[in-house]
Design a protein around this ligand. Sequence first.
Ligand code: ZN
Length: 161
Amino acid sequence: MKIDNNTVVSLHYTLKNKDGEVMDTSSGGEPLVYLHGVGGLIPGLEDELKGKEKGNAFQAVIPPEKAYGAYNDEFIRKVAKSNFQGDEELHEGMQVQMQSQSGERAMAVISKVEEEDVLLDLNHPLAGHTLFFDVEVVDIREASQSEIEHGHAHGPGGHDH
Ligand code: ZN
């Protein structure tokens, strides 16, 4: 059986940056489980996984445009310090949760602290990065009808509802 749309895939992965530093890994824990073909993983990784079989291990280099997108300077926002509550000192690199007027929440990183304001970077932390994956396909099975309808995997490692 090969990975294709409407299959549920279990895999182990290690994500490294261009310097070879490990940024994320499933190694030592439960495998990642996803329904293939519905955008559950970044597009570049799903492209690489298509057609692979159980037991296949491979490396994949994913450019930003097939991962988390290019870094966008327009996603830098200037916000007055007075908008932040709490007594924690605002500092560069600090993660803060933003809420838009429509109620949407997003994580942002403080990229600069000025006299009256801070600059917030709303880019995904991996935007602009080429990603280096080591992947091992642990299992492949047919998706059930309800998984296809819901657009995600059920059972161990998947949605539980
Ligand atoms: Zn479901």
